[in-house]
Structures are given as structure tokens and as C-alpha cells.
Design a protein around this ligand. Sequence first.
Ligand code: ADP
Length: 500
Amino acid sequence: MISRTKEDAYVLSIDEGTTSARAAIYNAQGERVAMHAVPFASRYPRPGWVEQDAPAIWRAQMSAVAAVVAVVGDRRIAACGITNQRETVVLWDRRTGEPIAPAIVWQCRRTAEMCAKLARSRDAEIVESKTGLVIDAYFSASKIRWLLENVPDARARAGAGEILFGNIDTWLVWKLTGGREHVTDPTNASRTMLMDLETGAWDDDLLRIFDIPRAMLPRIVPSSGRIGVIDPDCPGAGVPISGIAGDQQAALAGQACFRAGLSKNTYGTGCFALTHAGGRRPHSSHRLIGTRAASIGSDPQYAVEGSVFIAGAVVQWLRDELGLIRNAHDSEMLAESVPDTNGVHVVPAFVGLGAPHWDSAARGVVSGLTRATGKAHIVRAALESIAFQSRDLIDAMEADSGQSIHELRVDGGAAVNNFLMQFQADILGKVVVRPADVETTALGAAYLAGIAEGVWSGTEEVQSFWRVERRFEPNISAHRREEMVRQWKRAVARARSDLQ
Ligand code: ADP
């Protein structure tokens, strides 16, 4: 049996992302003592389609877990938390554990037409008001339906309870518990488009609209609480699995945003901004998404979420397609080599515009070019576009809630860029705060599990672990800020599909 005192307990975090399976171990002081990542592949069988192999994800995840468990030994691990890429759909055979088809990844657009049709139908209002989501191929329901319609016998077998559905959290817990637990948590369930955001239960109207049998759905359990223990055959055998949250909600917890009004923005390939909304369901009139935040205890907690599709990816574009920089890090120095963009704007609507525009047919624009435009101006404008798009989200969040957001906590790969973070503070007119530990997703999952198992007493204790690495204070006049935002909006208008 596992014996330990609170002080020498460790918490294991399983952090399953879109491109790699990662695992981390934290000590009782909330410090990361081990981390390991194992990449896995995505497949793109047709334009816009994205698939993954669920057994390959499982194997990569187990290698990552084995590597970190070896650092401290599993007898000292008191809890395991799981966080995952959201919305991705796996259907598998309950008896054999074999997936019936490749997993459909959240980025996959194969159900775009199905969703466009639904959005024009009378059911659209029911779906959006019950789920808090905007109808889009991104969420799980249309992907499940596609598999049921396209894999032979799938619908009949799902109805008979022979086929199980799970997002990646569910798949991993099912594997980790030797097939005993088929569960998910409200943060993941709220992204399926099958859960009533308020009741936290699967909804019969939504199941009817998407024609999905209830028998295949997992049980919804709290985000923080004991689910089962890791099977003897797996690394970490015997460790209680005691927390689950989707990646962005885990990051919100990892940034110690446990109260209404606290916000974080993750600067990865895209940007994900979430503001904690407390215990009342948010209603957006600016096309943001209402979602569940991870709650400690039984009271539901909510968040408002907005995403930008192309954020750090615009830096990859500068590097790989335009060849303007050699690596992402160079973008900072180049941007700082000029005092401004000399009137240039980059609107990276490469795959349309996300919230609050939701214009999937918009396309990118570089505007304001003159004979004096140099590559530093374009690089600077591209970095600024990440901050401008994030400001559009934060503006929409403030307009929805009627409350102003005081500071923005940041993380993700592009948050290391000091120019970008300073410009973000300038253009928001708010303080931007970068914490010492930017692996907030893994950390948040550890918090949920560690609190459930008594390693930590609650959110107050884990909040005390949160350390600022750097604060960026706004440093331009309000007049200049508003003028820059006005110019940005003109550039965005040029990218919109109704003008093309
Ligand atoms: P994801 O989790 O979406 O894969 P990460 O959080 O790992 O993303 O961040 C990677 C992204 O951050 C890439 O798109 C990359 O271009 C961008 N990035 C990394 N370093 C920098 C930097 N110094 N400046 C700007 N962008 C950066």
C-alpha cells in the first residue's frame, strides 16, 4: 500500500496534448520535479481532415508516465490528474478495447457541412442555448455522428452498448483502469455539444438532434475527486486517479484563476483566452463560448472562452513560408529593431477568423505596404496581430460581463516573447503577468488531483504556489491605444469574407 506524509507526497500529471503526450511530477510544494514528452503523429488523409491513432496516443502516454515515475518511484505518488486535448473523438469496442476507426481530432473539418446545415435549421437555437457553444465542426457531437454514419454497423452496435465514446481523457482513464471506468468530467463534457451546460448532464434533445445513443456515453464525474486507481499493468500502478480537466480549463486552474473575473491567455499555435465566471452560467452576446471551469466540490463553476485560430502559427508562417526569420526567437529582436510597423497590418485569417467574428471564409491580409516597408515591419505587424486578436477577445469578454478584467495571466510557447507581451499590455491597457511555471496545463491537472487526495488543502493553498516571473505594465497613452485599435479594425474589415 502507498504510505506517505503530506510533505513527501508527489502528484503525477498526465498532460495529453495535440502533438505530444507529456507527464510531469510535482512535489507537495507545487514544484515540478520531472517532466517528459513523447511526440505522436497526426494524419491528414484529405484536405481539412485530421486523424490520430488512439492506441498510439496511449503508448506514447505510458512511455511519458514511465519516464517521470522512475524519477520519484510510484510508492510516493499520492494522486494522478489528467488533462487532455479537448473535443477529439474516439469510438472503441467495449469488449476488445479496439477503436472502430481513427480518432477524429478537434481540428478536423470533415463535418463542416453537417454543422452548416444544422446552424440553418430550427434546432440551432436549442443546441446553442443548451450548450453555450457556437455550432461548429470543432465540437465532438458532429464527429461522433459522422463515425456512426460512416463505419459499417456502428450505429446499431452503439445502441446495443457495444461501442463506447470518449474524448481522450475518457480513453486514457478507461485504459488506465483496465476498462473498469468509462467516465469524463464536466469540462470535457461541456465541449461535446451533448451536455446541458447548466445541469451538467447529457441532454435528450441534443442526443436526438445528433442521433447519438445514450448507451455509448461516459458517466460525468467531478473534475476533482477519486475515480479509480491505476491498473497493476501500468506505470504508476496503484496511484489514485483523482482529477480530470480539458487542457484550457486545466490551464485556468494552473494559473490559479479560481474566482470570477480572473483571466488567462495561452499563446500557442492559436490563442485560448478564458475568464472564470464563478458559479453562474454566462450568456454571451458577442459569440464567445460558455463552458465549464474545473470545480473543486460539487458546485458548478463556469468560464467564458474565446479562441484565436492563428497566433504562434503566424510566427511559423514568417519562418517557413516567407523565410523572414530563422527561428521564432528572432522575431522579437527584429520587431524591436523598428519603432513601429510603419502603417503595416497583418491579419492572419489563414483559416478564417475565430471569436468574436466566426467568419470561416475570411482570408488573411497584409495591408499598408509602401516602398519603405521592410521585413522588420512585417514581422512586427505579425507579432502585433497576435495581441490585437487577443484584445478583440478580451473586449468581447468585458462587454459580455459588464466587468473589467484587471490583469491577464499568460502562458504558452509564444508567451516567452517579451516584445509581444509588452505590446499585449500596451494594447489592452492592462497588466500582463507571466508566471514562473508556464506549464500551467499539467500543473492545473495536478492541483485538481492533489486537492482531492489531501496533498493540498484547497484552492487557497495552491494559489500560494503561483509565482510571478515578470509583469508587463501598459506604457502607451489611451489616445494612442485607441487609434491603433481603430486601424486594426479597419484591417480586419478588409479580411472579412463579406468584402471579398
Ligand atoms: P502548442 O501547444 O499549440 O503546440 P506551444 O505552446 O508549444 O504551442 O507554442 C508553440 C508556438 O509558439 C509556435 O506556433 C511558435 O511559433 C510560437 N513561438 C515559440 N517561441 C516563440 C517566440 N520566441 N516568439 C513568438 N512565438 C513563438
